[in-house]
Design a protein around this ligand. Structure first.
Ligand code: SF4
Ligand code: SF4
Length: 57
């Protein structure tokens, strides 16, 4: 299982990047602003720590 980040909803707060025990999420600046991005989807083991921290679910 892997998470999927909804870039339309992400506000770039960075909480998920701190929550991930595997340090799998980074913040990336783009045209739509700062968004979370998962480094390698296959590395995610679905612990959901990032989802619990995300203010926009
Ligand atoms: S589900 Fe767990 S392992 Fe996967 S990105 Fe979120 S915090 Fe990291
Ligand atoms: S916690 Fe949610 S809103 Fe904050 S950077 Fe991560 S995905 Fe975006």
């Amino acid at each position: 299982m892997s998470i999927r980040i909804n870039e339309d909803r992400c506000i770039g707060c960075g909480r998920c990047t701190e929550a991930c025990p595997g340090n799998l999420i980074l913040l990336q600046d783009g045209a739509a602003g700062r968004k979370a991005k998962i480094r390698e989807v296959r590395d995610c083991w679905g612990c959901t720590a990032c989802m619990k921290e995300c203010p926009v679910s």
